[in-house]
Write a protein that binds this ligand. Sequence first.
Ligand code: V55
Ligand code: FE
Length: 491
Amino acid sequence: MKKYPETPDFVGLNAPVCEEYSLKNLEVEGEIPADVCGAFFRAVPDPAFPPMFDDDTALSGDGMVSRLYFGADGTVDFDIRYVQTARHTAEVEAGKALFGRYRNPFTDDPSVKGVDRTVANTTPVWHAGRLLMTKEDGRAYEMNPHTLETIGSYDFDGALKSETMTAHVRIDPDTKEMFFFGYEADGLASTKVSYCIADKDGKLIREQWFDVPYCSMMHDFVMTENYALFPVYPTTSDLERLKAGGDHWVHHMDLDSWVGIMPRYGDVSEMRWFRGPKGVSTYHMMNAFEDSEGRVHMDHNMSECNAFPFIQRASGLNVPSQELGGGLIRWTMDMNGGDEKLTQATLGPPGDMPRVADADQGRPYQRGWYLSVNPELQGPPLMGGVVGAEFNLLLRIEPGSGRIDSYAFPPLWGIGEPVHVPASQDGHEGWLISIVDQQIGENEFAHAAWIFDAGNVTVGPVAKVTIPHRLRPQVHGWWVPRGELEKSKRK
Ligand code: V55
Ligand code: FE
């Protein structure tokens, strides 16, 4: 039997768990706020079989959907199930891995040629009463949000032409439309990007395609009230390299970054391109908005180089995470001006996993939250997650005033991306829920869900829910209030 490699992607906190299970009535310390009633869905990559190649990345792990359910009676339950992707199903039948390198089908076992190879492991997206497990290299899988059973690959009732769909959709808080895109829309290393709008009922009402300056790993995008923004960073693909069995992505320090901006209900021919700095890399945008002078501001967790060790290796780069630089960066683009210039300002320290309240999407906003690394940590961080070490600092930032509040974790602790739960009380900033991991022995870990008052993170959690089982680190999550879940199309 092949074994999992002894690499950071597969050991310690990242050791595969490979188990579907349910836990009822979890132990709660403190008081769960009444607003916290509903489901915290999480996407967890967990490779069901040792990979074909020992240098594989945690990003290729089979998607699992997990749900932490906060009931109206104060009980908390936990469930986790594999997404039954075509890929997972084929590998279960064979009893071994059949798909090769990250996003390179030319390295697959010939028996699975043509089989959908997405692992649906990045974000559980909730829209129009549907739960979709997404990954940017393919189409989403629809899940039953009550049973966590897989319904199947999702193409918007046959309407979607794009072969891919981002894991980072944007939902307008007023119209409830879902805006999304897909890069490599018609195949590997392509410069074609789809831009799509689904109405509040989930019907695909618009799909247009455009070309980007080069094929880029476009992980996220962002909307304002009037515009769609498509940031492009210089991590690029190449079909010949893929055919030769090479890496999907190489990062280029000497290549420009770009932001394409078009009216959100406009035509792709109206796209305007703004040129950003060379060599920079961003996975997630916190938000974007317009001001009264016709400028568009985009706040994003930028670094000076691609943060993923496996992409750096493929690019002949070796920049340790503490030297990645960047920060929470604001790029400002003047829609009245005629040139391609943008200006850059720093709002906060480096970090990732940004959040704003759903109601603030695309609007001027007073506060946001993201994760960072505690510069004063007197000991080792917790190794694990997709970039090597977990974050250990929760930040609340007021981009207007520059005020930053934080909650720091001790050595050997880590925190996953929070979801934001709105408050019913006027003026209250709501709540944040995150999975918190702690290393308690050589190969032993403890896990809990912590609930913070979003407006007062410095005092620490108001409640902790113990999860008495090994958890592999999640990528992204989504909060679905109970009322929304009940309205779901699937029972
Ligand atoms: C990311 C995650 C992915 C991926 C590409 O967080 C980028 C960034 C979990 O999979 O395939
Ligand atoms: Fe992401």
